[in-house]
Design a protein around this ligand. Structure first.
Ligand code: TYD
Ligand code: MG
Length: 467
């Protein structure tokens, strides 16, 4: 009988070769080529006997469908990000750098769910049972009836989980340590990660348990290996934080059952992760409002207003091409704001280095931050300190005009709640808002903002000269 020919497929770019090679000639990746049987892939079906399909009914867009039931963890920050709790039968990939607090977050979530009477299973492939227990004891959660095991074989795990009452939640910490016998390659490889994830997803769909897969991310932000897993799961949630800050931000990157712009904010304390119900107060704590170059941005994260400080440093450059460095915002967006300030407000920044930082380790993605960034830049350049009780928001157009943004009322309300007394905002942003709570300066054009700040700067200079 003729030998079935295998083909060799690069796991990075999908290139197919007839023989194995150490390096893929198409994408130059090393050790990415894996043998696959000839009977797999598109077109292979035709070679086999034709299979008769089952007939299923088609349905219209209108009709009754029940909303997905939820397993609510009662950790509000976590429930907000999942879209109102875990959906039975769904699979979530939780990504984050090693040491960020993924295991801590999940053991806390498991403990609260188990204390509510749900069956919860925590499988650790990285730590021994004793280590997990020790942590739970330290967090004061040892009484919660969470079922624990240290296992890495997917077949054993699925067999064990099928015993008894189906669990409401299963945590697999982490997917990179799992291995399945259905795939012939060493644990930790892309093929093993994909095979293990497939088996666990199948388990979730058949049993109705919500499954959380933990995935470690590499330095460049990729969930190592599990790029291939990302499209298979129902939700991808990333747990982020800046080294040196105690804040941790939970962010939905993909969610089939909820919004993707909500964030959950936690603080890492000696007693585990504490929920932060008022992130603005946290992000603004410890700010030095007397220095020029700092502006408070009234931002939105999903449906929640969040105030953050934007810091800018504009300093004369000794380099031929001045430096532009940004932490927490978009570099291209900064270049645009700088260009608009040069073209429409007469600022000369070509000989200056520009550094921009969003305080507290938050990443801001909104164009509404343009006006706060511009204010911080102008303040640093002119040496004029902005009022510490003022917030800024608004999108800047290439023409220099300030455009309205969504959720103005929530932004203003949050600012008033936190004791700010002034806001610089796009025209009409303050309509219907109680003017007694907040003095609103409506800013039509970027040149008006620059003139206002420069006037304060000139006043300050005169004061200093008079002293
Ligand atoms: P961990 O949850 O093990 O991280 P991951 O699973 O993402 O790798 O968290 C480890 C870090 O968290 C560790 O550096 C210590 C810190 N930590 C605290 O500060 N307080 C605590 O109560 C706990 C449990 C951990
Ligand atoms: Mg861990």
């Amino acid at each position: 009988m003729a030998r079935a020919h295998s083909k060799f497929v690069c796991q990075d770019c999908g290139a197919v070769t007839n023989r194995w090679q150490g390096k893929c000639e198409s994408c130059n990746a090393w050790n990415s080529i894996i043998e696959e049987g000839a009977a797999s892939g598109i077109g292979a079906m035709a070679a086999r006997a034709a299979v008769k399909g089952r007939i299923f009914p088609l349905e219209g867009l209108t009709g009754e469908s029940k909303p997905a039931p939820r397993i609510v963890s009662r950790m509000n920050e976590l429930d907000r990000v999942t879209g109102g709790g875990f959906v039975p039968g769904s699979v979530i990939l939780l990504g984050g750098e090693p040491g960020i607090g993924k295991s801590t977050l999940l053991i806390q979530a498991c403990a609260t769910l188990a204390s509510q009477g749900h069956r919860v299973v925590y499988i650790s492939g990285e730590e021994a049972v004793a280590q997990v227990r020790l942590r739970a004891t330290r967090l004061g959660l040892a009484d919660a009836p969470v079922e624990l095991a240290a296992e890495t074989s997917v077949e054993d795990i699925v067999a064990t989980l099928q015993q008894g009452r189906a669990p409401a939640l299963v945590v697999i910490d982490s997917i990179q340590t799992m291995w399945t016998q259905s795939v012939e390659s060493t644990p930790g490889t892309v093929t093993q990660v994909r095979g293990s994830a497939q088996a666990l997803i199948r388990y979730a769909k058949t049993s109705g348990a919500a499954v959380i897969l933990v995935g470690h991310v590499t330095k460049d932000g990729q969930i190592a290996g599990p790029r291939v897993v990302e499209h298979m799961v129902d939700a991808v949630i990333s747990f982020e934080g800046e080294g040196g800050h105690q804040f941790r931000i939970l962010r939905a990157v993909k969610n089939r059952f909820g919004p993707t712009d909500e964030i959950g904010v936690f603080e890492m304390t000696g007693l585990g992760l504490a929920e932060v119900t008022n992130p603005s107060a946290l992000f603004l704590s410890g700010r030095d409002a007397s220095a020029p170059g700092a502006a408070v941005f009234a931002g939105m994260e999903g449906t929640r207003p969040v105030l953050v400080e934007i810091q800018a440093l504009v300093a004369p450059s000794t380099l031929g091409t001045p430096r532009r460095a940004v932490v927490g915002w978009d570099t291209a967006r900064l270049a645009m704001v700088l260009a608009v300030l040069e073209a429409h407000a007469g600022l000369r920044l070509g000989q200056h280095d520009v550094y921009l930082n969003v305080a507290g380790g938050l990443r801001v993605n909104e164009p509404a931050a343009d006006l706060a960034v511009a204010a911080a830049l102008v303040s640093s350049l002119t040496g004029a300190t902005l009022s510490p009780e003022s917030v800024f928001f608004g999108e800047i157009a290439l023409s220099g005009s300030v455009r309205p943004v969504v959720h103005s009322a929530s932004r203003l309300k949050e600012a008033a709640k936190l004791g700010f007394n002034a806001a610089t905002a796009p025209p009409e942003a303050g309509e219907g808002f109680d003017k007694k709570a907040l003095r609103i300066t409506s800013c039509q054009h970027i040149s008006a903002l620059v003139a206002d700040i420069a006037a304060v700067g000139a006043g300050a200079k005169r004061l200093r000269a008079a002293e």
